[in-house]
Write a new protein. Structure first.
Length: 94
């Protein structure tokens, strides 16, 4: 599914209605990443990790966003954490 920028406000509103929490920040990070807003996505993923350090999907998204910004060291750190939390995760081994 390709997310258009026009659809982003509606998506963000529906995510906001789900309440504050790590999953909401993860969902916002995913939405922002799909629109190409890497900095926004990174901020949301970092907040998700801060709220729930064991949320593997947040580490995965953060690793991918950091890698896309050419921050290999940051990406490696997040993927290492992903491997620790979810050893069978394919993205962590690629």
């Amino acid at each position: 599914m390709k997310l258009t920028i026009a659809a982003l406000p509606l998506l963000m509103f529906s995510i906001a209605c789900s309440g504050p929490g790590a999953r909401s920040h993860l969902d916002r990070g995913n939405a922002l990443a799909k629109t190409g807003d890497r900095d926004g996505a990174i901020a949301e993923y970092r907040e998700a990790v801060r709220l729930d350090p064991d949320l593997a999907e947040a580490h995965e998204g953060l690793g991918a966003a950091l890698y896309a910004k050419r921050d290999q060291n940051g990406a490696i750190a997040e993927y290492r954490e992903l491997v620790r939390l979810k050893p069978d995760s394919a993205p962590a081994h690629n």
